[in-house]
Design a protein around this ligand. Structure first.
Ligand code: IMP
Ligand code: MG
Length: 175
């Protein structure tokens, strides 16, 4: 049984799907005539990745990475470790990183540096959620679904202790 309680629905699935349509259209226009590689960050980005990829009308491939940033259940420490690397050679490619949430920015900052070192031509970030109050490193997020305030968010891929990823909406943990 869950010991924590979750709050009200903050963002519905319909709102997320509409946003995926908008962002997918934007990416399609910006990369017209080019190929892209979408890199989903496991596991949180899985639902958002599925929504966004259907709405991009370009030649594309997909890949996934799994990273962990050490810390407590709700705060990251700043140290990033790769648990599953890319299977794709991204040298000279247009890469769009698909992430669930940008909080401190540490994970994405690390990933952008990593993709640069692997020779990516263009690196963009597409995040379902942005939590600007959590930011510790300066990072430019190119495509943002929704901005949230400084709460611990769960649902639609985002977990607390690996739970709640299956909720078909975005909510938060009650204090
Ligand atoms: P960072 O602090 O920007 O490096 O965030 C790294 C990761 O922490 C994200 O990819 C999420 O998996 C996780 N995370 C950050 N904030 C939340 C949250 O509010 N709920 C669930 N996971 C979060
Ligand atoms: Mg995550």
């Amino acid at each position: 049984m869950h010991e924590e309680t979750i709050g009200n629905v903050m963002i519905t699935q319909d709102e997320i799907l509409a946003k995926a349509g908008e962002i997918g259209k934007k990416i399609t226009e910006e990369f017209k005539g080019e190929e892209i590689v979408l890199v989903g960050i496991l596991r949180g980005a899985v639902l958002w990745m599925a929504d966004i990829m259907k709405r991009i009308e370009l030649d594309m491939t997909i890949d996934f990475m799994a990273v962990s940033s050490y810390g407590s259940a709700t705060k990251s420490s700043g140290i990033v470790k790769i648990n599953k690397d890319l299977d794709t050679d991204i040298e000279g490619k247009n890469v769009i990183i698909v992430e669930d949430i940008v909080d401190s920015g540490v994970t994405l900052n690390y990933l952008v540096g990593y993709f640069q070192s692997r020779g990516a031509k263009v690196i963009k970030i597409c995040a379902l959620l942005d939590k600007p109050e959590g930011r510790r490193v300066d990072i430019e997020v190119d495509y943002i679904g929704f901005t949230v305030d400084d709460r611990f968010i769960v649902g639609y891929g985002l977990d607390y202790d690996q739970k709640y990823r299956n909720l078909p909406y975005i909510t938060y943990l009650e204090e």
